[in-house]
Design a protein around this ligand. Structure first.
Ligand code: ADP
Ligand code: MG
Length: 712
């Protein structure tokens, strides 16, 4: 059986060399197996026959029984189109062909009953059907028809060159005939009976040739479950293997730094979410395995203090810690904030960025290597080879979506040497890694994408935060917006104005930014008003200078590109104006809005747009004005963009899903994950006889990567 499914598609009856080439090049189908795993996009109801009188102007696909009574050729700009009059006992309509007219005229028998099938259009008072499928009624009645007909994915080329949907259905039928409809089961008996799943063979048959809706639903469920089950199994196994193989630096105890900070210096009461996450982290750090944890928390949820307290755990055990941020501005801010806390405990802390001077660097390198320096904050500069730690125990990465996997692994190499050196393996113990992101990823997706990381979530904001009032305003309301700005500045508040910046139209974007800046200066003249500007073309020192003026309250308005997107914390800034808001993605808008609402004052976010808005832009703007829940926003974002655009999904299996959908099938995903976990917790190596099916299937997956290449 296995060998049969691996056979080249050319061998299948009804395929032949030309179609085989098309199947390969257009649809990626090389073998029988690929074909059987080409799942239909949708199904057509072929139980109903319409009368011409019943047709609606909704361009639905319908089948009709009737006769062709005559042909007409109509000249048009290029070539001509062939028109046939088609009629039943209730009326008449047109059939239209733009190609293949000669063949049609020669082969269609006039005044003979046919069943036609296709999409109807309504034009100039007449219904017409372009390029209908048709079959002699006599033949139609003899054939065995599934009441629901599968519609397969196709490309323009494949269907134009003769691999029509009808052809696909035929060759699929031949495949089932040749294989006797029998396929090896790939899920264990226990799951099949517990969830009352269809067998593999029945599921495959019914997904291609459904007898009825109920069987189709069960077939789809079974195949989706299976697909998600094996992805989860893979991810969970990877995580287990990681934990058992990769030893971490053991942090034996919580010590004086942590306790004294917790008891005497904590600037506020931790939220219960922060406490829970700290416990999760503590648990990881206390185990023998290396921590690899993703910390998700909305903007302003208080990740920094969690990071700091995790660092204290490292320091308490005699290890160093580092925190890497994506921009210099953010690094500086972290450095300033954390220095205040560190000083209370006499902890040594330094910052390293691209603009650190040679002598600063030299000092940092030296004190890192001899262990005098306990905490290092910085940008990518931390990754440079020259930066060597004496004993790095914990590396924290803020805003992880800006860093790639390669950078993460560079960090790993900065861990301390193992004393129990192993002959073959490198004797470096990777530091524990905590990755923090403010871009919430819907849980279901996170499970698929980061299934091999452990995930913590801060799902609660510190108390006393006021919701940010968010409104959408058109450019034509600009005067009112200016007046509002003046009033807020009068009250002593500060304002951000952000302009989009995308690579493709960088030039135009800078022009917009500078024009905007000019007009703001005109509206808000010196010396009464002071204005900062920050954008990516400025030198880091200049950027920082301008930023600092704003942080210190010397300027009231900060005009910027998205440089300020991440992490900047200016509690007195209470108004965020986003220009051309329609050009930003949802998660970016949410990030930007998170820059305000950090102080005690009521904060505002104003989304400025032109009147020309696409449907998606409208949804994004409505979502922003309606909710401030990052997870809810992430869900909408995911729905609008699909998982493909979300960082990190590229490497995971979610993009290659053939039948399941991470958004729509999240219940199945949860269910599949539950079962995969349960099986692995009772039998992590899959050695029990009842798990043989899984082991076999799993081995096949690892061999083929694409999980659908294993049925045999
Ligand atoms: P983010 O998760 O976006 O990095 P921060 O760590 O910068 O958020 O925290 C945002 C603000 O909230 C900071 O000013 C911080 O001091 C404050 N904060 C954090 N945790 C709490 C808490 N439990 N109670 C009160 N304020 C808090
Ligand atoms: Mg932060």
């Amino acid at each position: 059986m296995s060998s049969k499914l691996q056979a080249p598609i050319d061998y299948l009856k009804g395929v032949g060399p030309n179609r085989a080439d098309l199947l390969r090049s257009e649809l990626g189908i090389h073998t029988y197996q690929d074909l059987i795993n080409l799942f239909p996009n949708r199904y057509l109801d072929r139980t109903k026959y319409y009368k011409i009188k019943e047709l609606q102007r909704n361009s639905a696909e319908v089948q009709i029984i009737g006769n062709i009574t005559g042909f007409k050729e109509i000249a048009q700009k290029r070539g001509k189109r062939l028109l046939a009059t088609f009629q039943d006992d209730t009326g008449r309509m047109d059939l239209v062909w733009f190609r293949g007219q000669k063949w049609i005229k020669e082969n269609i028998k006039p005044n003979t009953p046919y069943v036609i099938f296709g999409k109807v259009n309504w034009f100039n008072g007449v219904f017409s059907m372009p390029h209908p499928e048709f079959e002699l009624l006599k033949v139609h009645e003899q054939n065995l028809h599934s009441s629901m007909q599968a519609v397969y994915p196709s490309t323009e080329k494949s269907s134009n060159k003769g691999v029509t949907n009808k052809v696909m259905n035929n060759i699929m039928q031949n495949l089932f005939l040749e294989t006797n409809r029998r396929f090896v089961e790939t899920l264990p008996e226990s799951i099949i009976s517990e969830l009352k799943l269809l067998s593999k063979s029945d599921a495959l048959f019914n997904v291609h040739f459904p007898k009825n809706n109920e069987l189709l639903a069960r077939a789809e469920f079974r195949l989706k479950f299976e697909e998600l089950f094996y992805i989860q199994l893979q991810l969970i196994l990877k995580n287990l293997i990681h934990k058992s193989k990769i030893k971490g630096v053991p942090f034996k105890s919580v010590g004086t730094y942590f306790n004294s900070f917790y008891n005497d210096h904590l600037p506020f009461e931790l939220t219960s979410a922060q406490k829970r996450v700290l416990k999760e982290i503590r648990h990881d750090l206390g185990s023998n395995a290396q921590m690899n944890r993703l910390l998700q928390g909305d903007v302003g949820s208080g990740k920094t203090i969690v990071a700091f307290m995790s660092m204290l755990m490292a320091l308490d055990n005699g290890f160093q810690a580092c925190l890497m941020a994506p921009t210099a501005i953010l690094s500086v801010q972290h450095y300033q904030g954390l220095s205040e806390l560190a000083n209370k405990l006499n902890i040594s802390i330094q910052i390293l960025t691209g603009s650190s001077t040679t002598s600063q660097r030299r000092k940092i390198h030296e004190s890192l290597e001899n262990g005098d320096l306990q905490i290092l904050i910085g940008t990518h500069a931390l990754l440079e080879d020259k930066v060597k730690f004496k004993n790095l125990g914990l590396a924290i990465i803020d805003e992880q979506h800006r860093f790639g996997v390669a950078q993460r692994s560079k960090l790993w190499k900065k861990g301390p040497s193992s004393t129990l050196s192993n002959e073959n393996e490198t004797n470096i113990i990777p530091p524990h890694v905590l990755v923090m992101t403010a871009t919430p990823i819907p849980r279901t997706l996170a499970m698929s994408v980061y299934g091999d990381l452990d995930i913590s979530v801060i799902d609660e904001l510190p108390p006393g935060r006021q919701a940010i009032k968010t409104v959408h305003r058109y450019d034509s309301n600009r005067l009112k917006v200016m007046r509002f700005m003046r009033d807020e500045i009068e009250k002593g508040r500060q304002i951000y104005i952000v302009y989009p910046l995308i690579q493709e139209s960088e030039h135009m974007d800078y022009k917009d930014l500078m024009d905007g800046y000019e007009s703001i200066i005109r509206e808000f003249p010196q010396p009464k008003y002071q204005i900062s500007i920050v954008h990516g073309k400025m030198k880091p020192v200049d950027k920082e200078f301008e930023m600092q003026r704003f942080v210190k309250g010397e300027t009231q308005i900060m005009v910027a590109t998205t440089v300020i997107e991440v992490g900047v914390n200016v509690p007195n800034a209470s108004v965020m104006i986003i220009e051309s808001a329609e050009r930003f993605g949802l998660s970016q808008l949410h990030q930007l809005r998170g820059r305000v609402g950090r102080g005690a004052e009521q904060s505002f976010c104003i989304l400025m747009t032109s009147h020309k808005l696409s449907q998606d832009s409208k949804v994004r703007l409505e979502t922003m004005t309606k909710t401030s829940d990052g997870f809810e926003i992430a869900e909408v974002d995911l729905r609008l963009r699909g998982p493909g655009d979300i960082m990190g999904t590229q490497q995971s299996g979610v993009l290659n899903l053939k039948i399941a959908d991470v958004i729509k099938d999240r219940d199945i995903l949860q269910n599949a994950r539950f079962h995969a976990k349960r099986i692995l917790s009772s039998d992590p190596s899959l050695i029990k006889p009842e798990h043989k099916t899984i082991l076999n299937a799993y081995r096949e997956i690892s061999k083929y990567k694409n999980i659908w290449n294993y049925i045999s």
